[in-house]
Structure formats: C-alpha cells, structure tokens
Design a protein around this ligand. Structure first.
Ligand SMILES: NC(=O)c1ccc[n+]([C@@H]2O[C@H](COP(=O)([O-])OP(=O)(O)OC[C@H]3O[C@@H](n4cnc5c(N)ncnc54)[C@H](OP(=O)(O)O)[C@@H]3O)[C@@H](O)[C@H]2O)c1
Length: 262
C-alpha cells in the first residue's frame, strides 16, 4: 500500500491534536507529530495510535521558533512528504525573544512556517503531488513591514498575533507561486474558534470543538479540492476572498524580509 506521509506541527495543541487524529483515522496516512515536550508528544502519539488503529503514528521534537532546530528536523527526515500542516503558534502576553533575539510570535507563527516550508521544499517537490496547509485565521491584520518585531510599536499579544496570521496568509500566496510548476499546492485557512491556550492568552474562549477546528485543515490536506487550488484562503471549507493576497509588492517584501532571518 502506498501510504502518504503527513507532518503536523503544534500537534500537542487543541487543534493540532485533532488534525493529527483525523489524518491518522485515514489509514492511508502515516502521521508524524511535531512537538516540543517529549512526554506530552509521546503520550499523544500513543493515544492517536490506539484511537485510530493506525500503527503509523510517530513523533519528533522541534522548537519551531529556532531555525537550526527546523534544519535538524529536515535533515533527519528520510521519507517522502505529501502533506505539511503548519499549525503551531503561540501568543505570549509579554514580549519575549528567542535565544537568537527574534520576537517570539514572529519567530514561531511566521518564520516557523517559512523555515518549515524552506527546509522541506525539495522533499515536497520530490514527493509531488504534495500539499502545504498553513493554519492561519480570520483574526488577522495590523501588519507593519517596518516593525514586524514590535521594536517601535508597543507590544500587544493581540496585535502581534493578528499580524502573524496576516503574514501567514500573505506568505501562502508567495509560496503558491513558487511551487506552481511542481505539483505542490499551498493553501491556508481559518480553522475555527476553539478553546485553547493560544485563544485564552488572547482573552477568547471558543465555541467550536477541536475536531470542528481541524475540519478545514484536514479537508484541505485530503480532499481532491485541496490538490486542485493553490494560494487560496478558506473558511469552513469555502474559498474566501483574502484582501491580504492582493498586494503583490507587500507580499514580496514580506517574503524577502523573512528570508533575511537566520
Ligand atoms: N483556537 C482558535 O480559536 C484559533 C482560531 C484561529 C486560528 N487558530 C490557529 O490554529 C492553530 C492552532 O492553535 P490552537 O488554538 O490549537 O493553539 P494551542 O492549543 O495553544 O496549540 C499551539 C500548539 O503550538 C505548539 N507550539 C507553540 N510554540 C511552539 C514552538 N516554539 N515550537 C514548537 N511548537 C510550538 C504548542 O506546543 P505545546 O503543547 O508544547 O505548548 C501547541 O502544540 C494556530 O496556528 C492558531 O493561530 C486558532
């Protein structure tokens, strides 16, 4: 049986765990969870294996705010990759930086997505048809290209989060163009409003279940529709107009700035 390989970041979170479970329920997938806490990630992989009856569920560890960890993750990957779901994000209440000195939301929620796609670019191309699904949000905006790290503006976790999700949507358009000839689609979505650490930090609860939140990302990863369109933004399985995908100049500027970070 030709089993498809899927990699899910933020798999220990509310929506990520539901995404990983739904993919594993489809026995045609081997699923690798990306976590950062070994005990938690290992326990979840065992739980998903048991619940799905799919033995092909494994895990790997990576701090996605650090490029060198992502590079190491890609270096130890020795399989094809058909589905990459960039889902990990965080919303610290106070401004913090990575050991490399990058503001943490920008590093995790934006550069983490960029570095994962870049690190797996050649594997995705070799594995095509392949798909990248960037979990973004309708809660997006406030991006300032000259202050992506809140060095000039006062930090607010809400503004930094909205900016990061706008960036995820813009970068989806940038990568879709670059992968167009390769059989790799790149789409993004709003998952749903789900109670989680991330939403609680922003002062929100959530009226949808984790599996409802996982529905659109999983649909983009598995339904034929997600292999036919690229560079688009979806809400509740519906392609939705994205105003952030209109300004090509801003998209290219953002892409270029992100690629100046190490
Ligand atoms: N919840 C909502 O209502 C909502 C709405 C719109 C969009 N979204 C999007 O949905 C996605 C998932 O959010 P969620 O609500 O499920 O959040 P969550 O429950 O807080 O999960 C976040 C996940 O990201 C991981 N993570 C954070 N920083 C990391 C890092 N530096 N390295 C590795 N992993 C890291 C966390 O790992 P730990 O378990 O180790 O902390 C966790 O697995 C995010 O992209 C978010 O923007 C959520």
């Amino acid at each position: 049986m030709h089993r498809k390989q899927a990699l899910v970041t933020g798999a220990t979170g509310a929506i990520g765990a539901a995404i990983a479970q739904a993919l594993a329920n489809d026995l045609g997938f081997a699923v690798t969870l990306v976590g950062r806490d070994e005990a938690k990630t290992k326990r979840l992989a065992e739980e998903i294996r048991t619940n799905s009856g799919n033995p092909h569920v494994s895990y790997t560890l990576c701090d996605l705010s650090r490029r060198k960890e992502i590079t190491a993750l890609a270096a130890r990957w020795d399989k094809p990759l058909h589905v990459l779901i960039n889902n990990a994000a965080q919303t610290p209440r106070k401004r913090c930086e990575t050991p490399e000195g990058i503001e943490l939301q920008f590093a995790t929620n934006v550069l983490g997505y960029v570095w994962m796609i870049d690190a797996f670019r050649d594997v995705l191309r070799r594995s095509a048809p392949a798909r990248v699904v960037n979990v973004a949000s309708y809660w997006a905006g406030d991006l300032e290209l000259d202050d992506l790290e809140f060095k000039r503006r006062p930090y607010s976790n809400n503004t930094a989060y909205r900016q990061s999700k706008q960036a995820d949507r813009m970068l989806t358009a940038a990568y879709a163009e670059r992968f167009k000839a390769d059989g790799v689609t790149v789409n993004c979505c709003h998952p749903g409003d789900v109670n989680s650490q991330l939403s609680n930090n922003l002062g929100f609860g959530g009226h949808e279940s984790p599996s409802q939140g996982a529905d659109t990302p999983v649909w983009l990863a598995t339904d034929p529709a997600g292999g036919q369109v690229t560079g688009k933004y979806f809400e509740h399985r519906r392609e939705t107009h994205c105003r952030f995908a209109e300004n090509r100049d801003a998209i290219e500027q953002l892409f270029s700035i992100c690629h100046q970070y190490q």
